[in-house]
Design a binder for this molecule. Structure first.
Ligand SMILES: NC(=O)c1ccc[n+]([C@@H]2O[C@H](COP(=O)([O-])OP(=O)(O)OC[C@H]3O[C@@H](n4cnc5c(N)ncnc54)[C@H](O)[C@@H]3O)[C@@H](O)[C@H]2O)c1
Length: 256
């Protein structure tokens, strides 16, 4: 039980990677606050028991975030760990993206991490230590087509990660976790947009060196490592968990 006595706030914790983080950190003894706009986060919280609360919170709105962090401090103490995981995807190029779509993606994927860190860090400082984990993406390094706002937001999260690590160390660490393709509702919804979802799913598997898609539990295990007592030497960096995606170059395939 590495996290007994600790409190973790997990944004977007109602499903996908976020819910796997909720389970993994809870299993190690942490009290958990799930911040999400989807009310089924309350069912997840109820199923896990007393040490888990659900707070309906749009993490792109400062009034929601400041109220949520105050509620976490009152009900659970802390937070000691913040996992900025909430995110959305939109499929557009720069010339296709409306100003509203751009702002929406930036607000949910990037501004939320700034706001949650802004309102969590003072509580961490009061307790003498804390860890912020930003869920970025392998797309902070390599990009698929037609996801310009998403790629921009995920790349900017690396800058935010460095700034938090530099400004608040040594008491507070900040790490970016950058997953490859992970089997979550976000991925399934994206694949359904294609005329041949099965072919796209196969393509997703094939493009990773390990020839499969990752699981939310694998990402949660990395989050647990960097946020827990054994992760004390991780800070300011981006860590990829991507099954070798993007390691090969075109033309490197050979028939044996
Ligand atoms: N699935 C992948 O392949 C993949 C790969 C790399 C990075 N990521 C990143 O991992 C994170 C989680 O992705 P996922 O695949 O589990 O997504 P998901 O869509 O399955 O879950 C995202 C969660 O965020 C919540 N959310 C969305 N907007 C919110 C808001 N304004 N306020 C509060 N909560 C909000 C949703 O309700 C949902 O519960 C995202 O940041 C995503 O960009 C995912």
């Amino acid at each position: 039980m590495q996290l007994t006595g600790k409190t973790a706030v997990i944004t977007g914790g109602a499903k996908g990677i976020g819910s796997a983080c909720v389970r993994a950190l809870h299993a190690e003894g942490a009290s958990i606050a799930i911040l999400d706009v989807e009310d089924y986060g309350s069912e997840l919280a109820a199923g896990l028991g007393e040490r888990v609360i659900f707070i309906h919170c749009d993490v792109s709105r400062e009034s929601d975030v400041s109220a949520a962090m105050a509620e976490v401090n009152d009900r659970l103490g802390g937070p000691d760990i913040l996992v900025n995981n909430a995110g959305i995807q939109r499929y557009t190029t720069v010339t296709e993206t409306t100003e509203e779509e751009w702002d929406l993606v930036m607000n949910v994927n990037l501004k939320s991490a700034f706001l949650c860190a802004k309102h969590a860090i003072p509580h961490m400082q009061a307790r003498g230590a804390g860890v912020v984990v930003n869920i970025s993406s392998v797309q902070a390094f390599i990009s698929q087509k037609t996801v310009a706002p998403y790629v921009t937001s995920k790349t900017a999260l690396l800058g935010l990660t460095r700034s938090i690590a530099v400004d608040y160390g040594p008491q507070i660490r900040c790490v970016a976790v950058c997953p490859g393709t992970i089997d979550t509702p976000m991925l399934r919804d994206a694949i359904q947009l294609s005329p041949d979802p099965e072919a796209v799913y196969q393509e997703c598997m094939d493009m990773h060196l390990v020839k499969r898609i990752g699981t939310p539990e694998e990402v949660a295990a990395l989050v647990l490592l960097v946020a827990g007592p054994q992760g004390g030497f991780f800070t300011g960096q981006a860590i990829r968990i991507d099954g070798g995606l993007g390691v090969t170059i075109a033309g490197s395939k050979r028939e044996d």
